[in-house]
Each structure stands twice: as structure tokens, then as C-alpha cells.
Design a protein around this ligand. Structure first.
Ligand SMILES: [Cu+2]
Length: 171
């Protein structure tokens, strides 16, 4: 942590010294473009389901019941305090036939796509983005037409393994 702060300070000084002569040539690792300003979310036309997550790595709701094709608006709120790079949360609903362990293994190797593996997109029925502390996001979708149990989880490495998962029961 100290080391990081020092690096940040050094970079800041470097940028200040560079003045108006152009952008600093060194960019801090991981400092992607700033997050876009919050925009009103799209129309949330489904039945609202609110799930809270925090630094204890649990979903406040682990079982959702729905009718086939019922419209749902699942909102995940991250009420934790830990920075996103070490404690991000998302909500990902998977096809029932997915091998969850294999999905999670691939997800853990996909930090550049916020732990959503590009090759596994076809297995995802609905998802929120990866959320830092104080953020929330809503996934609006129709429940599957086929009754069954559809797993959901947080794909941030290690979180589903310690219990950050649940099931959508379509009946
Ligand atoms: Cu998580």
C-alpha cells in the first residue's frame, strides 16, 4: 500500500513537472480511462429483485423464484468499502448445463474483461458489470422459458468458492 502511494506520488510529480508540454509519458499501471459519469439506467421493466453484497463476500439473496419468461430486474448493490481491484462483485446468471467450476477457472484468468470470460459469453443469460464499493448495476431480462435451476454467482476470483452464489428457480 505504501509502495503504491509512493508510486502514485512520483507519477503525480512527474506529471506536474511535465507541465503543459503534453501528457506524461508514463502512465500508472491499471489507470484506465476514468469511469463514465453515471447515466440513468435503461428502463427497468421487470419485477425488481435487489441483492446486496459487501466485503463479507455474500449475496443477500441466494434464491430467486420466477415464472417462465417472467421479466426480472435484478439489481446488485456493492455496499462494501474495499477497493474494486481487490473486492469487486458482479452477478452472473448461467445456463443450467454449465460446468460452474470450469467457468470460474476461466473467469479467474480474465481480469481484462472484468472476470467475464469472452469465450464463455454464450453461457451467460444475464449479468451486471463488476462493481466497486458504493456502485450498483441492474440486469433486466426475461427468465428462461424452461423450468429448472439456473445458477448465479460472482465471478471475481475466489468469491463463488466461498459462497457468493445462488440459484434462480424457474417454475
Ligand atoms: Cu464478489
Amino acid at each position: 500500500m505504501k509502495r503504491y502511494a509512493l508510486l502514485t506520488t512520483t507519477l503525480f510529480l512527474g506529471a506536474a513537472l511535465a507541465g503543459c508540454s503534453g501528457p506524461p509519458s508514463v502512465q500508472a499501471e491499471g489507470s484506465a480511462a476514468p469511469a463514465p459519469a453515471a447515466v440513468p439506467s435503461a428502463v427497468n421493466d421487470g419485477r425488481k429483485v435487489e441483492i446486496v453484497a459487501n466485503d463479507t463476500m455474500k449475496f443477500s439473496t441466494v434464491e430467486i423464484h420466477a415464472k417462465p419468461r417472467e421479466r426480472l430486474s435484478v439489481t446488485l448493490a456493492n455496499n462494501g468499502l474495499t477497493p474494486k481491484f481487490s473486492m469487486g462483485h458482479n452477478w452472473i446468471l448461467l445456463e443450467p448445463a454449465v460446468n460452474v467450476d470450469a467457468f470460474l477457472a476461466t473467469a479467474a484468468e480474465s481480469p481484462t474483461t472484468e472476470y467475464v470470460p469472452a469465450a464463455s459469453r454464450g453461457q451467460i443469460l444475464a449479468s451486471t458489470k463488476l462493481l466497486g464499493p458504493g456502485e450498483q448495476d441492474t440486469a433486466t431480462f426475461a427468465a428462461p422459458a424452461t423450468p429448472g435451476q439456473y445458477p448465479f454467482l460472482c465471478s471475481y476470483p475466489g468469491h463463488a468458492q466461498v459462497g457468493m452464489r445462488g440459484v434462480l428457480i424457474v417454475e
